[in-house]
Design a protein around this ligand. Structure first.
Ligand code: BJ8
Length: 440
């Protein structure tokens, strides 16, 4: 970090000793995991810089924004409409929830057999190690899975929290409920920011967020080239940074990287051999700094070229329709776009199966790794539907369940290697691809 930020962290009430330990772990793991990858695109320099300043410069920017009267909104889910926050002069920040470092603090209050993502986010707050949550004026929760829903009640005891109600069925009645929920959120956000939502400020926020999504779409489509011009680990890192970096600067940096990757594809330059077996991942999100599965797969020699995930395709595939001229029309477009995110919290959720198949086909992956965080009931149970559909399409699939601990890395590696070997031997014998392996 360019500056010493200890005073800023102390003013935010962080536990400085524990926080130094957290940054120590990050500084130890990041360079070998990311910076030592061979043939990395030069454009990754910007994202390395962002990580080097992860609790420094960006937090300072948020605090500067607050000093000028702006508000900061913390989020943990894709259903929170960032455009409304931006339009009202607020900054939306996706909060960290991807490390076991913060879990012991959470387990003093929350049950052990709870999804690690939830325990991680709560542990960051209660353990006083996250400057982002301390910089937020309000955390926006949502009624997605039961674990999150109930944990927001616990969080609300120690941090200002507002919960949006997310419907669970995709029908007209649910859509009406969702629109009403968005209208309520607008009122809440207007109250906090002291600003009024207008067609003009909302349209320009929609355009800005769509610009970010378009940049991510281009970047992620380039990963399908053979050889892949960028590692899956780097692409994942960029998707994670998308949740908290400055919107305009991030979009510009991704677009610059896209130009570099296009040139690489043209020149046939990549980060893995052309014939490497490429895989895609579907399932639960990879909150920062959860890089474990990508590292396991890519350090075995297989590029990860797509993620059907909230830190992945669910985040950027759909744009908000910008064409309406009225506030009502634009809010309707926002409601439609967000209603169209296919999280396992919805029932039934057939559209997600279509998304997985379509991404598999478009990307040219050789197999799907269906990944679920331990104790995530919606995605664990939905693995059955994923398997059924992929079997039907004759798409090979491996089911993996894991948490944030490092203890199962070797076991995961063995399973991924065995899966790829099975794909290769099937390829050598010819015939249809293998049916999916059984869920654990
Ligand atoms: S839209 S996936 S970000 S809810 S992994 S906390 S579901 S028990 S993160 Fe999610 Fe929104 Fe859905 Fe996406 Fe619960 Fe599962 Fe944990 Fe999860």
């Amino acid at each position: 970090m360019a500056e010493d930020y200890h005073k800023m962290w102390a003013d935010l009430g962080l536990d400085l000793k524990k926080h130094d330990q957290l940054l120590g772990v990050l500084n130890e793991f990041y360079p070998p995991l990311f910076m030592q990858q061979p043939n990395r695109p030069a454009g990754m320099g910007y994202f390395d810089f962002v990580i080097s300043e992860v609790h420094g410069l960006r937090v300072k920017e948020l605090l500067d924004h607050k000093a000028k009267g702006g508000k900061v909104f913390g989020t943990f889910c894709l259903y929170v409409p960032d455009e409304i926050i931006t339009a009202l002069g607020g900054i939306p920040v996706g909060l960290c929830a991807g490390t076991d470092f913060s879990i012991p603090d959470a387990e003093a209050t929350l049950p052990r057999n709870l999804c690690p993502l939830i325990k991680s986010f709560y542990g960051f707050k209660v353990g006083k190690v996250c400057p982002y949550i301390e910089a937020t004026d309000l955390v926006i929760g949502e009624t997605t899975c039961d674990g999150k829903k109930k944990s927001y009640e616990v969080l609300s005891e120690i941090h200002p929290t507002y919960v949006m109600e997310i419907p669970q069925k995709k029908n007209d009645e649910s859509f009406k409920l969702w629109k009403a929920e968005i209208a309520q959120f607008v009122k809440k956000a207007e109250g906090l920011t002291g600003k009024k939502l207008t067609a003009q400020n909302l349209k320009s926020a929609i355009q800005a967020h769509n610009g970010k999504r378009k940049a991510l779409q281009k970047l992620n489509a380039l990963r399908w080239a053979k050889p892949a011009p960028i590692s899956g680990k780097d692409a994942l890192l960029i998707s994670q940074i998308a949740f908290y970096d400055d919107l305009a600067r991030f979009t510009e940096s991704v677009n610059k990287l896209v130009v570099e990757l296009e040139a690489r594809v043209k020149a046939g330059k990549g980060v893995f051999p052309k014939e490497a077996t490429s895989l895609m991942i579907s399932g639960t999100p990879f909150a920062l700094p959860n890089w474990k599965l990508h590292h396991v797969i890519e350090s075995s020699g297989y590029p990860v070229i797509a993620e059907e995930s909230c830190v992945g395709s669910r985040y950027f595939t759909e744009l908000v329709d910008e064409s309406a001229g009225t506030l009502e029309g634009l809010l309707d477009a926002i409601a439609k776009r967000y209603f169209n995110i296919h999280c396992a919290c919805f029932t039934p959720n057939d559209e997600r199966m279509d998304d997985i198949v379509s991404l598999f086909q478009k990307s040219g992956s050789k197999g799907v790794i269906n990944y679920t965080l331990s104790f995530c009931t919606p995605y664990l149970v939905e693995s059955h539907a994923v398997k059924k559909r992929l079997d039907k399409e004759k798409i090979p699939m491996l089911n993996l369940e894991s948490d944030y601990g490092m203890g199962d890395m070797e076991q995961l590696k063995t399973r991924v290697q065995a899966f790829v070997e099975s794909l290769k031997s099937k390829g050598r014998r010819g015939g249809d691809p293998l049916p999916s392996s059984n869920p654990d």
